[in-house]
Design a protein around this ligand. Structure first.
Ligand code: ADP
Length: 254
């Protein structure tokens, strides 16, 4: 249930692979490190990657009289996580469901998880503007959803897709909190020179045109990709990553 949740933030992206789940995870961990109690809800039913990103793949959720008890990513229990990944018997099982079943599952995620009192609930959504998004939006309409953060990479093709997300937010009445440009340049670990592997500045100009805040550029950090590959909690293992500093600023601006 969401009655004890003070703020709800959706994370959306136009396409897969732009780092939406990484951004959701970094946001959640940064909020937690700033002293907040945080929930992270993964509604990407067909591609749940949050358990993997936080190295929680072997964890299960339990029932209590108030509902599902989420998995805690830290021993102080300040970061609670819920994902369909925790409910699958076999971690490699594919979720092959039609709309109504997905709709019911998301509804249950939004009503039956015992988050308790938390400051921020970050919701990681699937890419695009699918059934799942409509279900989330419909169920959040009556609640205090702060708005959505749109994640893009600097490539023109990804930015075009973010335009569709903007339209989607407008049509469904969800405020846009801002745009994050991920994989925005590569900072050389030896000489600190920044190489823009893709074009640059696309996220900022899209935000300007759309009249929404630009929240920041998150550089490529190969250590993030490598630790993700190894199934390690990327944030916990790389505290000195330039990514951490960017997220500190983003969280302060929200
Ligand atoms: P999405 O949720 O949009 O599909 P993911 O968050 O799963 O994308 O990220 C896709 C891949 O890109 C992952 O392997 C992740 O580690 C990597 N990645 C994402 N953002 C960065 C970054 N800023 N630097 C390095 N690797 C990144």
């Amino acid at each position: 249930m969401l009655s004890g949740v003070k703020h709800i933030v959706l994370v959306l992206s136009g396409k897969g692979g732009v780092g939406k789940s990484t951004v959701s995870t970094q946001l959640a961990v940064t909020f937690k490190d700033c002293g907040y109690k945080v929930g992270l809800l993964d509604v990407d039913l067909c591609g749940p990657s949050i358990p993997y990103l936080l190295n929680l793949e072997d964890k299960d959720v339990h029932q209590c009289p108030q509902g599902w008890v989420p998995v805690y990513a830290d021993k102080e229990q300040n970061l609670a996580v819920m994902s369909i990944g925790f409910l699958l018997k076999n971690k490699n099982d594919a979720v092959v469901w039609r709309g109504p079943k997905k709709h019911a599952m998301i509804k249950q995620f939004l009503t039956d998880v015992y988050w308790q009192d938390i400051d921020y609930l970050i919701i990681d959504t699937p890419p695009g503007t699918s059934d799942e998004h409509i279900t989330v939006m419909e169920n959040l309409k009556t609640l205090n959803c702060d708005g959505a953060i749109l994640v893009t990479t600097p490539q023109a093709v990804a930015i075009e897709d973010v335009r569709k997300e903007l339209t989607f937010c407008r049509k469904t009445g969800i405020p846009v909190l801002g745009v994050i440009e991920n994989m925005s340049g590569f900072v050389c670990p030896t000489c600190s020179e920044c190489t823009n592997i893709f074009s640059s500045g696309g996220g900022q100009s899209l935000a300007n045109i759309a009249g929404v805040p630009f929240l920041g550029c998150v550089p490529i950090d190969p250590r993030v990709a490598l630790s993700t590959e190894k199934g390690q909690n990327c944030v916990a293992t790389i505290p000195d990553s330039p990514i951490s500093a960017v997220f500190q600023d983003i969280v302060k601006s929200l």
